[in-house]
Design a protein around this ligand. Structure first.
Ligand SMILES: C[S@@+](CC[C@H](N)C(=O)[O-])C[C@H]1O[C@@H](n2cnc3c(N)ncnc32)[C@H](O)[C@@H]1O
Length: 324
């Protein structure tokens, strides 16, 4: 974990109290801590840094996340690496979803100067890398240690190598040199929970939460955490989701759409999200003004013969200089 991340960190177990963490480094290369601890002076909890990966999941959700996280398997690693980098591998079947999502921030170029970005549920990091072109520093967080380890490997090597699954144990080697203007030294990836982000309030000018809302146990808490870490002025939140609600991830009473009746939410998730951006339900304060919206086609390639084609609906919410 790069040293500069420390100044943003707080103890996720002490939330809503924000207690800065103290870094102990036992081994580091340049500013990258490979082995050490982040200690909370308030609750006494110690968060490990092993092989450069900081693990900042709160104790209270740690067990659940480990049991539920199917994103640590070789199949999912192969699937998401192809999904994130397939266009750069010049696979004609790849979508250009990450270019489309990252361009939403490029339209605000100039406003981003001197600002940091957070990519919540970053998987193997493509959007975080893209955001490094338009932001000073970028942090990607995910609960999958396998994804974060790979994203850090890519950052360090500036190359991508992986075994792409063809069928069963049959794989095909993939290699890519990454010279796309990404500022690798300004990007970091840590293991953390979207429901208890280990960051100080208002520390990010941009936050992206792409295809994660439907995957967390408590979608409203996830959005409240985005509100906490997003700057109150001159900031933007890119939200995108297919709203494919699944009781395996969150119980139906917590879904923000897709219910026939009996909830305060709209029937369609995108309509609920518009209301939440506007300040309903007390999540976004100050509210977010919708400055862009649309659909992004996104693909996941699990094996040569198993693909998922997904439509993800996005909203870009902005807070202007004079709001709040
Ligand atoms: C559907 S994938 C989307 C990944 C990426 N944003 C993209 O669009 O390619 C959902 C991601 O959220 C991560 N995730 C699930 N629950 C999480 C949580 N509570 N906190 C942080 N990340 C989580 C998963 O590990 C996975 O990488």
């Amino acid at each position: 974990m790069k040293h500069w991340v420390t100044e943003k960190l707080i103890c996720p177990d002490c939330l809503p109290e924000e207690t800065p963490l103290a870094l102990t480094s036992r081994q580091q290369i340049s500013d990258d801590v490979l082995d050490g601890e982040l200690n909370c002076p308030n609750c006494g909890r110690s968060y490990p840094i092993r092989d450069g990966i900081a693990g900042l999941r709160p104790q209270k959700t740690f067990r659940t996340e480990i049991c539920n996280n199917g994103y640590n398997t070789p199949l999912m690693l192969s699937a998401y690496l192809w999904s994130h980098f397939g266009d750069l591998l010049e696979d004609g079947r790849a979508a250009d979803a990450y270019r489309l999502w990252s361009e939403r921030f490029q339209t605000a170029t100039g406003e981003n100067a001197g600002s940091d970005a957070l990519d919540v549920g970053c998987a193997v990091g493509r959007l975080s890398f893209e955001l490094s072109k338009t932001h000073d520093r970028v942090i990607g967080v995910d609960t999958s240690t396998a994804f974060i380890a790979k994203a850090r490997e890519i950052t360090g090597r500036r190359q991508l190598d992986f075994h792409m699954i063809v069928e069963g144990h049959l794989t095909q080697e993939q290699h890519l040199d990454l010279n796309h203007g990404w500022r690798f030294e300004n990007v970091e990836f840590i293991v953390a929970d979207a429901l208890a982000l280990p960051f100080r309030q208002h520390g990010f000018a941009s936050v992206a939460a792409i295809n994660i809302l439907e995957k967390v146990a408590d979608p409203l808490t996830h959005l409240a955490e985005v509100n906490r870490v997003l700057r109150a002025r001159n900031s933007r939140f890119l939200f995108s989701d297919p709203f494919s609600w699944d009781p395996a991830f969150s119980s139906p009473e917590r879904w923000l759409g897709g219910s026939k009746n009996g909830t305060p939410y709209s029937r369609r998730g995108i309509d609920t999200m518009r209301r939440i951006f506007a300040g309903e339900f007390g999540i976004f304060d100050p509210p977010l003004e919708i400055s862009d919206k649309g659909d992004v086609s996104w693909k996941i390639r699990k094996t040569e013969n198993l693909w998922e084609h997904i439509t993800s609906q996005f909203l870009l919410g902005s807070r202007k200089q004079d709001s709040g």
